[in-house]
Design a protein around this ligand. Structure first.
Ligand code: CAA
Length: 262
């Protein structure tokens, strides 16, 4: 599949998806959803990919939301389908067995904030803006924003953002826990790649296990989450990485993680 709305590349073991509709500030339409799905399929079937970065092409936007021109005349059923397709895509992204970093280089509004929420963590440039402005269009977030935002930043903060539709700065997004780190626009990519490269040196199985425990445990009670952790902790010993990591420590050398099962 060749892509019209995204750029997709694999640099070493780091995959990069760039939303690429700069004239519409990288807004999401069904073609974007289909193309990102296709890229995720390629990543899922390529064991050499260890990290995924999502970013926006151009200097102005990460993603300025769902495509309003596309949505303007949708029937209720078609709008429901668009919302479900977007949600399914973001579940797929969230459940990818490798770390996913959102590198937010400008506007991340509506669906853009929702994409960032489905990533494992968010790095943003000082000029990035976040928000759920759907209320200003007479609608509500449709790609999981009412759910993930409240879980991440708390109900009160999520309600204020969703009900006022106001944009917040990258620093404010960091203060409320939506963004991990803020960099100058010049440094954002370099710092994101630095972390991505660091993650490629970690055990593939243990990264997947940690991600799975945090995500699966988040929505259940503490004891059930801890049971998931114990089961997964045991399963880590079925990979060569657990043996390698601990042996390397005892032998006072750097581990060489291969991510293989034993
Ligand atoms: N959909 C479609 N086109 C969009 C768009 C969007 N979400 N956001 C921007 N564009 C287009 C503009 O229409 C404009 O196109 P033209 O040049 O053809 O007129 C172009 O991108 C540049 O945008 P602006 O001229 O508006 O740029 P600006 O710097 O003045 O403003 C902005 C930037 C504040 C981000 C403004 O574009 C804006 O408010 N965009 C809409 C943001 C929004 O409401 N997002 C939520 C969408 S709904 C959603 O996402 C629902 C969901 O959860 C699924």
């Amino acid at each position: 599949m060749s892509y019209n709305t995204i750029l997709f590349e694999i640099e070493g073991s780091v995959a990069v998806i760039r939303f690429n509709r700069p004239k519409a500030l990288n807004a999401i339409n069904p073609e974007v959803v289909a193309e990102v799905n296709d890229a995720l399929e390629k990543i899922e079937s390529n064991p050499s990919v260890r990290v995924l970065i999502l970013t926006g092409e151009g200097e102005k936007a990460f993603v300025a939301g769902a495509d309003i021109a596309f949505m303007a005349n949708l029937s209720p059923l078609a709008a429901r389908k668009f919302s479900r397709d977007g949600q399914d895509l973001l579940f797929r992204l969230e459940e990818l067995p490798i770390p996913v970093i959102a590198c937010v280089n400008g506007f991340a509004l509506g669906g853009g904030t929702e994409i960032a929420l489905a990533c494992d963590f968010v790095y943003a440039s000082e000029n990035a803006k976040f928000g759920q402005p759907e209320i200003n269009l007479g609608i509500i977030p449709g790609f999981g924003g009412t759910q993930r935002l409240a879980r991440l930043v708390g109900k009160g903060m999520a309600k204020e953002m969703i009900m006022t539709g106001a944009m917040i700065s990258a620093e404010e997004a960091k203060r409320i826990g939506l963004v991990n780190k803020v960099f100058s626009p010049e440094k954002l990519w370099e710092e994101t790649m630095k972390t991505a490269n660091l993650l490629t040196t970690k055990g593939k199985v243990s990264l997947k296990a940690a991600k799975n425990c945090i995500d699966r445990g988040y929505d259940v009670d503490l004891r059930s989450g801890c049971y998931v952790e114990s089961d997964t902790f045991g399963l880590c010993m079925t990979s060569s990485d657990g043996k390698e990591g601990m042996t390397a420590f005892l032998e006072k050398r750097k581990p060489d993680f291969k991510g293989e099962l034993i």
